[in-house]
Design a protein around this ligand. Structure first.
Ligand code: PEP
Length: 253
């Protein structure tokens, strides 16, 4: 089954207001409707710039999402941002379970699942990130770890809800390290994840879900990664911060 490639830029805690808007406007000007007809593109700016980036990209066809959200609906949760607030300012998508949230801020599978549920209930689409650490890969536990993260993250979701979820496979050892997974490693993990989806739902539905690869994606490795089995796009950190490198990834062929 042919799935539309989905290329997304996670800006993390980078850029200032001016830089965020310049990058957004440059992407809008560079990405024509014909490019966006062939591939979905989204950016995930820091919270404080989200509103302005949404406005800068309104009508461009480029999606704008948040890097995180609260698992609660509203109330006394100092420092948190709700799914409804994201919808209110026009964000359409949210990352859940990025490895930096899991490993620097201790977010576990149950919390990730509550966040996914909250995001979908509010009408956001969700990118659920999974990925093994180096010691887990070295001890042949990659499939076990990412299968567990996927199963727990999707717990309780209907088939309709799954339709609004993208999976991002991001091996922790490849994020921000300059050491990307080989196409063979990425393909094997993605095929495993699709098999887990088939077991949780059914094979037909599993074929419709997009699985992005993330971890040191650059313009010069995107094409070979995209050629690997079951790789449907990329979640890009560092290389999404410069317009030329992100465009080089979006326009892979
Ligand atoms: C990421 O943070 O999701 C990521 C993949 O980062 P980088 O591309 O910098 O490795």
């Amino acid at each position: 089954m042919k799935r539309k490639p989905f290329l997304a830029g996670n800006w993390k805690m980078n850029l200032d207001r001016k830089g965020a808007l310049e990058l957004a406007r440059s992407l809008r000007d560079a990405l024509s409707a014909s490019v966006l007809a062939e591939r979905d593109v989204a950016v995930f700016p820091p919270f404080v710039y989200l509103d302005e980036v949404v406005r800068a990209l309104a009508g461009s066809g480029i999606g704008v999402g948040a890097q995180n959200l609260c698992d609660e609906k509203h109330g006394a949760f100092t420092g948190e941002v709700s799914a409804e607030m994201l919808v209110d300012i026009g964000a359409t998508c949210v990352l859940v379970g990025h490895s930096e949230r899991r490993h620097l801020y201790g977010e576990g599978d149950e919390l990730c699942n509550r966040k996914v549920q909250r995001a979908l209930a509010a009408g956001l689409s969700t990118v659920l990130c999974v990925g093994e650490q180096l010691d887990e890969r070295d001890s042949n536990r990659t499939d076990l770890v990412i299968g567990r993260q996927l199963t727990a993250g999707l717990k309780g979701l209907s088939a309709e809800q799954l339709g609004r979820v993208t999976i991002a496979y991001e091996p922790v050892w490849a994020i921000g390290t300059g050491r990307n997974a080989t196409p063979e490693q990425a393909g094997a993990a993605h095929t495993h994840l699709r098999g887990v989806l088939a077991g949780l739902y059914d094979a037909r539905l599993a074929q419709t879900v997009r699985i992005q690869y993330g971890g040191s994606v650059k313009p010069d490795n995107i094409a070979t990664l995209m050629a690997a089995p079951d790789v449907d796009g990329a979640l890009v950190g560092g290389a999404s911060l410069k317009v030329d490198s992100f465009l080089g990834i979006v326009r892979f062929h």
